[in-house]
Ligand binder design. Sequence first.
Ligand SMILES: [Zn+2]
Length: 438
Amino acid sequence: MSLLSCLNYDISEFKPSVFPKTPVQFEIERKIGIPQNALSSQILQEWQLSRLNQVIQYVRHYSLFYKKMFASSPEQLNSFNEFEKFPFTTADDISIEGNRMICVSQSEIARIVTLDTSGTTGKPKRIYFTREDQELTIIFFGVGMSTLIEPGYKVLILLPGKIPGSVGDLLQKGIERIGSVGIQHGPFTDPFATNERIEALQIQTLVGTPKQVFTLVRAWQMAGKKKCPVRSILLSTDYAAPSLMNQIRNGWNCSVLQHYGMTEAGLGVGIDCAAVRGFHLREADIYFELIDSHGLPVPDGQHGEVVLTTLTRSGMPLIRYKTKDISRVLPGDCPCGTTLKTYEWIKKRKEDDYFVITIQELDDIIFTQSGINGFDAAWIDQTINLNLYWETEFNFQNAALIEWMISNQYPTIKHIIIENKIGFPDSAFEMRKKRITS
Ligand SMILES: [Zn+2]
C-alpha cells in the first residue's frame, strides 16, 4: 500500500497496521546516531539529559541572562528531577532581556523575528537565529513534509515566504531537500484566483493556515469546480477545529494533517503522523515538559502547559520556556508504531481559562454547519457578537442552530447577537491567529 492510499482513510476503518511510522522518529534516530527503529524512551532520555547538560554549560558561559539566572543552580544535572528545579523563562523575559539571552556575536545572527508580545509588558519579543539554527528548521520541515508528500510533488506554500529566513522560505528549502517542489504563493485575498493557480499548476499539496485552506475549499465549491488536484494538506499556525478539518477533507477528498509551530521554538515543533491523532515532537532538538499551575510536572494523560528547552540551538537557546500552550500526552501507543509520545493538538492557551468561551470552542461549533464561510466574534458588555459569513441567504437559517448550540453548551453566556452576511470575512485572509475581539 502506498503512503498516500494510507493517508486517505476513514476513522471508522481504523486499522493500526496500515499507517507508516512517523519520519520524525527516523530523524531523531539519525541525530542520535542509532539505527532506524532502534529508538526507545530510555535511549531518548539519556541523549536528552546529556544535551541538557551541554546546553546549560553553553548558556551559562555565553549568555549574560542565563549566567545570572542559573547562578545558584547545580553545575551538573544527574536527573530530570534536578532540571525541574531550574527557574522558568517567560515571554516577558524574552521581551525585556531577549538580547541578553543571545549566545553568539551579532554578526552570527542571520535573522531576527519580531513577535507581538504574549506577555504582560506590551513590548514585542525578538527571537534571534543563526544560519545553523535555520538549518535545523529546514531539516525538520523536510522531514515533517515527507509525512504527506512524495518526491516530485508540487507544494503550494500559503505562508509568508518573501523574506529570506521566513517560514515560507525555510519550508520551501526543506521541501526541496526531499526532492519535491515548493512553490511560494503567500497570503492571498482572492481565493478564486488562488484556486485557479492550484488548478493550472496541478498542485498536489498545500501548506497554510486552517482559515486560508478552508476559504479555498469553500471558494472551490462555490465556483462549481469538480475534482481538485490537491491530495494532501498541512495546516499550520492556528487551531484547526475537527469540524473544519472534516469539511476540508471531505470537500477535496484529501488527507489533512496538522503542524505544531512556534517561532520561539525554531518555527517547527511537531507534526501529525499519517494516523492524524496528535503531534509527534522533534524531541532530539527540543526537550518538552508539561506543568501544572504550580509549575510541577503533570503525569502523562493530564493537561498541562507546554514548557520547552532547546537542545540544539546556538543563537538564542531557550531554557524551560513557558509557552502558554496547553496539551497532554495522549494515552496508548500511536497506530503508526512509533516509540515517541503523541501530544494532543493545541486547542487551548493558558489565558483561555479567563474567558467564558474561546475562539477554538466557537470554531468547534460554527464549522459544523454547511454553507458557513467563516466568522468574526467580539465579546462586548457580557454579550457575544457574531458576524457569520455564508455562501447564500438560504444558509441564514443555520444561524439559529449555532445560537442554540452556544446557549446550550455555555449557559453562562446570557446574550448572543448574530448578524448574517454573504461572502468571506476579511479576517479569513489575515495571517494572525484568530481571536475574539473585545
Ligand atoms: Zn504516529
